[in-house]
Design a protein. Structure first.
Length: 241
C-alpha cells in the first residue's frame, strides 16, 4: 500500500528522478515547484503538483495540510544550472537560507499536518578535518570560514531542525551529484549518481531509524556501510530507460 507523500523540491535534480520512483512504488505524490511551467511537467507524469515558495510559510503550511502527508521529503535547493562558478557566490548564500529558514518552515508545516516521517537532503563533504573515511558520527566542520562556513552553517541548521523534529527524521548526506539534470557526467569523490541518490530517499520511506546516512559510491572520504546495511541502498541503482 502506498503512502501520501509531500515532496518539496520536486523539480530539482534529485526530485525529477525521485518522482517516477515514488509513483512506480504506488505512492500518492504531492510535488512542489516554484514555477508553473514545471508544475505542468510534474502533472504530466502523474504527480499532484503544487506551486509554492518555501519562504511563504503560510502558503507552504496550507499546501502541506491539503496533501495530508504521512511522509514529507525535503529535496529543496537553490543552485544554478551546472553549478555555474560565476553564480555560485550568491547561490551559496541563497542555498544556506533554504537549508535554514526553508527547512524551518517545512518542518513546522509537516508537524502541523501530522506527518510521521521527514526525509531531507544534506551533503557529505562538510565533515570537520580528521581521520578518513568519515562516519556519520563524526563532527561537521562548524569552524569553517568564508563560503564553506556559510554552506556548513546551513547544513548544520537543516540537520538540527530535521533531527529534532517530533517525528522520525532522516538526513541523507549525498556525495557530489552527477548524471541526468546535474550538468555533469562525472563528479569528484565522494560522488553519487542522481538516480542512486533519489533511490536512497525512496528506501528511507519505510527503512532507516532516526539519524544521518552517508550516500555515495565507494570512496576513501566517507563510509557508506550504514546506508547499505540499514536502508538496503545500492550505489549502482539507475532508472530504466
Amino acid at each position: 500500500m502506498g503512502y501520501r507523500i509531500f515532496l518539496a523540491g520536486a523539480s530539482g535534480a534529485i526530485g525529477r528522478r525521485l518522482v517516477p520512483q515514488l509513483l512506480e512504488a504506488g505512492h500518492l505524490v504531492t510535488a512542489t515547484t516554484r514555477l508553473a511551467a514545471k508544475a505542468a511537467e510534474l502533472r504530466a507524469i502523474g504527480a499532484d503538483a503544487v506551486v509554492v515558495d518555501v519562504f511563504d510559510a503560510g502558503g507552504l503550511r496550507a499546501a502541506v495540510a491539503a496533501a495530508r502527508p504521512e511522509i514529507v521529503i525535503h529535496q529543496l535547493t537553490d543552485l544554478p544550472p551546472g553549478l555555474d562558478p560565476a553564480l555560485m557566490g550568491e547561490a551559496i548564500i541563497a542555498n544556506a537560507r533554504v537549508r535554514d529558514e526553508g527547512t524551518r518552515n517545512l518542518v513546522d508545516a509537516a508537524q502541523a499536518a501530522g506527518a510521521r516521517r521527514l526525509i531531507a537532503q544534506s551533503i557529505a563533504w562538510v565533515y570537520a578535518p580528521g581521520p578518513e573515511p568519515h562516519a556519520e558520527t563524526d563532527p561537521l566542520d562548524s569552524g569553517a570560514e568564508g563560503g564553506r562556513g556559510i554552506s556548513v552553517g546551513g547544513v548544520i541548521a537543516l540537520e538540527r531542525r530535521v533531527l529534532e523534529a517530533p517525528m522520525t527524521g532522516i538526513v541523507l548526506r549525498y556525495g557530489h551529484l552527477y548524471g541526468p539534470g546535474t550538468g555533469t557526467e562525472t563528479a569528484a569523490d565522494p560522488a553519487v549518481h542522481v538516480d542512486a541518490a533519489a533511490y536512497a530517499a525512496l528506501l528511507s520511506i519505510e527503512r532507516g531509524s532516526q539519524g544521518a546516512f552517508n550516500v555515495a559510491e565507494p570512496n576513501g572520504h566517507i563510509t557508506t556501510d550504514k546506508a547499505v546495511h540499514e536502508l538496503g541502498w545500492r550505489a549502482d541503482f539507475r532508472l530504466a530507460g
